[in-house]
Ligand binder design. Structure first.
Ligand SMILES: Cc1cc2nc3c(=O)[nH]c(=O)nc-3n(C[C@H](O)[C@H](O)[C@H](O)COP(=O)(O)OP(=O)(O)OC[C@H]3O[C@@H](n4cnc5c(N)ncnc54)[C@H](O)[C@@H]3O)c2cc1C
Length: 400
């Protein structure tokens, strides 16, 4: 059989992984990446002796028991010594001084939540019951590591339904709706704010149940060397498997013949052909730019036009001259007095403390990162005037 070829567009986590599996399955793969290095949004950078991690911090399924653990192995990532996350986050109400740890000990969590919000006992029982029901479940990753939905036959579907029987109700009704709606049922303001900020308020409730279950199962690991330590092994694996990588190569167009993708043309004018083209760049660039909007259904177009984008996040990282051995890696602070950033009032923010590995800061020091929601237009307009942009950055850093 003659070797078939694949072109992958983008060397983010998806593109690198696609490239590895292409090589493992006997294809000859060439990846084109716009940037000078791999990783995409899983990005980290060095600054004055500190490692600033701007991307992924934790990983699900870093220990045996989840199907994705095998996938990490196949991609060359050793996750066994990633520290297991014990406390997901600490919620601190600055005004009252009350603080609450979201831990994988679901009994303790139920007790602590009821102590701060006794009137919400029913909601708290429901939350913990959802998390308990999802414990030991592998559903989240079966979708990504098992048979693709389009290849499933009726027997596969039946099997899937059977494996979901214990948790099926949690993927329907109010549990399939946004977390923010679920949180509205809380009488306690602190509980409401805690629930909303357990993850993004838009995620379905079942996702948070799943996250808490994985935490309880000890299946969430922190990345001890930041996301670079996660990305580089995959790139190495890809190259070791014989894959070709070209950086600083931006794909302008996907070449289509008889409604089949047969290659790419780059902005430098070169063209490259392959039997298969996989775009692991973002959907919008792929559909509307590289394919010129020619292969888009009404439903997809409507999604890109009408769906709200995830709210932008402003990240401020500090190198702090002390250690924080007893603090959880993440806290959410509900501020006593709101601060203004741009045109927006900020009532709370996430605080990340990179205290779980020595890889982020020189001895005796720690990287601390503040993340708050902000508006895209404000910062985008401001960067036209570099001086004002830098001044606003400094002001926000001081406030944080
Ligand atoms: C701040 C932040 C924190 C996160 N935290 C976590 C976490 O803790 N745990 C977790 O599991 N996930 C986390 N995520 C999500 C995770 O990082 C992303 O889902 C994942 O990295 C996306 O990878 P990707 O390859 O799909 O896309 P991308 O990373 O966007 O990669 C796309 C690549 O395509 C390239 N590209 C685009 N257009 C072209 C072109 N025309 N030609 C050539 N190349 C092109 C880009 O340069 C880029 O390298 C986080 C994300 C962010 C932003």
């Amino acid at each position: 059989m003659t070797e078939k070829s694949i072109i992958v567009i983008g060397a983010g986590l998806a593109g690198l992984s696609a490239g590895c599996y292409a090589q493992m399955n006997g294809y000859r793969c060439h990846t084109f990446e716009h940037h000078s290095k791999p990783g995409g949004v899983a990005a980290a950078w060095k600054r004055e002796g500190y490692l600033i991690d701007g991307g992924i911090h934790f990983l699900i399924g870093h220990r045996p028991g989840q199907p994705i653990f095998e996938l990490y192995r196949e991609l060359g990532i050793q996750t066994d010594d990633f520290p297991t996350l014990i406390t997901y986050s600490r919620f601190i109400d600055e005004a009252s001084g009350v603080s609450l740890d979201i831990t994988g000990d679901l009994e303790r969590l139920m007790h602590d939540l009821k102590a701060i919000a006794p009137a919400d006992a029913g909601l708290i029982d429901d939350l913990v019951a959802g998390a308990c029901a999802m414990q030991g479940s592998t559903i989240l990753f079966e979708a990504g590591t098992g048979k693709p939905p389009e290849l499933m036959n009726p027997l596969d579907l039946l099997r899937q339904f059977w494996s979901m029987r214990r948790t099926f109700k949690y993927f329907t009704g109010k549990y399939a709706k946004p977390l923010a709606n679920y949180a509205l049922a809380a009488h306690s303001q602190l509980l409401r704010q805690t629930l909303e900020n357990l993850f993004l308020p838009e995620v379905p409730v079942w996702f948070v149940f799943m996250l808490m279950a994985l935490l309880a199962d000890g299946q969430i690991g922190l990345l001890p060397t930041g996301c670079r330590g996660f990305v580089m092994p995959i790139e190495e694996r890809y190259k070791a498997l014989g894959g070709t990588m070209t950086y600083e190569a931006t794909v302008k167009e996907i070449i289509v013949e008889d409604d089949r993708a047969v290659g790419v043309s780059l902005i430098d004018g070169s063209t490259h052909r392959a039997d298969v083209v996989i775009s692991a760049a973002d959907g919008h660039s792929t559909i509307f730019k590289m394919l010129g909007g020619r292969y888009v259904t009404k439903k997809t177009r409507e999604r890109y036009c009408n769906w709200k984008l995830i709210r932008p996040v402003l990240m401020v990282s500090f190198g702090v001259a002390r250690e924080f051995p007893d603090d959880p890696h993440m806290s959410f602070i509900i501020l006593k007095d709101a601060i203004t950033v741009g045109n927006q009032e900020i009532v709370g923010f996430s605080l990340r403390i990179f205290n779980y590995s020595t890889g982020f800061a020189p001895r005796g020091k720690t990287v601390v990162q503040v993340m708050l929601e902000t508006e895209w237009d404000f910062w985008n307009d401001l960067q036209e005037d570099r001086q004002r942009y830098e001044a606003e950055k400094q002001r926000v850093a001081k406030k944080s």
